[in-house]
Design a protein around this ligand. Structure first.
Ligand SMILES: Cc1cc2nc3c(=O)[nH]c(=O)nc-3n(C[C@H](O)[C@H](O)[C@H](O)COP(=O)(O)OP(=O)(O)OC[C@H]3O[C@@H](n4cnc5c(N)ncnc54)[C@H](O)[C@@H]3O)c2cc1C
Length: 393
């Protein structure tokens, strides 16, 4: 029997960030996960500026980015074959397992990782009990459920889910390399299709250590034969569904296995219970195409570890009203609501043929074109040794 203040079930991104932050704050915590080293898996592979801002709040952003990620240099935006914009990258790209394992290296002080699979959880107002597959027990004042998409424990606890949108989007990930040259002239390229009938949100390419990577997001039925073609003949499938992509990117070939993952949008129910909180994908999912899953994960971990857990542990008991403060936290609610809203908006933006959405798409494309032209003009001015009127730099 082991005793601790906080027991965390699941050492993915959410559980590992929470454990590392609690350890730094001197709060006793144990994170339990079946894998000593987080295995290779297709998940988030890029942090944008908003996610980097959240990561900065953990206190160990510099360490994990230096170990696991690469800054994205120039990012090109293409609409069909046409490059609309070239802008300085404000993103970092990585393999998900490398990122989680780098975060795990930050778990220290009063926090530790324990290898094991949690089979049962009992919760109450004072002490919680979790039981591992090997029979070991952990008693804790608080249980954090961060077991991602795996519903095993939640099913046992009667935490069912409402599926808000089954297979809301499908994420496709693959490695690729240039053909006929050593490297691409950009660091990353994001392509939007000019043709809506293909139900493509966009494809984004970026370097991760050792390879170039592509994430393609589509809204299709899982039985669509195009997905089978994408798995077995990816070059032909890309040619068919992404007009102009090859021209924008230049000659390339897909290397290795194509991973195809549908993601349901869901919300876990019955979660307001004394003694436990759900965070990250265990609480609800985001659409990978909208790219907000790690906003939710990082925001949950930061709010929980820096605001709520220290306050909860400062007085006896972990009753329902304490737990409610986390779910009702306006910062958490705003991030969760924005994530869901973006999931639906991007889907409509990519597939809706109504006039209003056509107008929005037109505005999006022309705004990019205008920004691109402005940046190019600024670049030409700088190259010519001229400064914009009134400018100091
Ligand atoms: C294909 C795909 C692409 C995505 N792309 C993006 C993107 O571009 N941008 C973005 O922001 N988000 C993206 N997301 C979402 C983002 O990756 C997730 O929101 C995030 O990884 C969830 O982290 P988590 O810690 O909640 O879950 P996970 O990282 O999955 O961790 C769950 C952990 O729980 C452990 N576990 C499970 N059961 C047990 C048990 N019984 N006992 C102990 N441990 C257990 C597992 O081993 C695992 O380590 C994507 C998701 C997918 C699927």
């Amino acid at each position: 029997m082991r005793e601790t203040d906080v027991a965390i079930i699941g050492g993915g991104l959410a559980g590992s960030v929470t454990a590392a932050m609690l350890g730094r704050a001197g709060i006793e915590a144990v994170v339990v996960d079946p894998h000593e080293t987080f295995p290779e898996d297709f998940r988030c592979e890029k942090f944008d500026a908003s996610q980097l801002e959240l990561l900065a709040q953990t206190g160990f952003a510099g360490n994990v980015l230096a170990k696991a990620a690469a800054p994205l240099g120039e990012l090109w935006i293409a609409h069909g074959a046409r490059i609309l914009e070239k802008k300085a990258g404000d993103q970092y790209s990585f393999a998900y397992d490398a990122m989680v394992n780098a975060v795990r290296q930050e778990i220290g002080g009063s926090a530790s990782l324990m290898v094991g699979k949690v089979n049962a959880v009992e919760t109450g107002e004072e002490m919680q009990r979790i039981v591992l597959a090997g029979g070991e027990e952990i008693r804790a004042r608080l249980v954090v459920i961060a077991n991602g998409l795996n519903t095993g424990i939640r099913d046992v606890m009667g935490l069912d889910r409402t599926i808000l949108s089954p297979a809301h989007s499908i994420s496709i990930g693959f490695d690729f390399k240039p053909v006929g040259r050593d490297r691409f002239p950009f660091s990353g390229l994001t392509y939007y299709s000019p043709r809506m009938s293909d139900r493509v949100a966009y494809i984004t390419t970026f370097p991760i250590p050792g390879t170039m990577r592509a994430n393609l997001f589509v809204y299709r039925d899982m039985r669509d034969p195009w997905l089978r073609e994408m798995r077995h003949q990816p070059m032909a499938a890309l040619e068919a569904a992404l007009p102009g992509f090859r021209e924008a990117l230049g000659d390339f070939e897909v290397t290795g296995f194509v991973k195809i993952r549908p993601v349901d949008l869901y919300q876990t129910n019955n979660y307001r219970r004394p003694g436990m909180v759900l965070i990250g994908d265990a609480f609800n999912t985001a659409c990978p195409a909208a790219g907000t899953g790690t906003n939710k994960v990082l925001n949950d971990a930061v709010q929980l570890a820096s605001v709520h857990v220290p306050a909860w542990l400062s007085t006896p008991g972990i009753g329902g009203e304490k737990i409610a403060a986390f779910y009702d936290d306006p910062v958490k609610r705003a991030v969760d609501e924005a994530s869901l809203e973006k999931a639906w908006r991007l889907r409509s933006m990519s597939t809706d043929t109504g006039l209003a959405w056509q107008a929005r798409r037109w505005i999006r494309r022309n705004r990019r074109r205008a920004f691109g032209a402005l940046r190019e003009a600024r670049g030409r001015l700088a190259l010519g040794g001229l400064r914009p009127a009134g400018g100091h730099s």
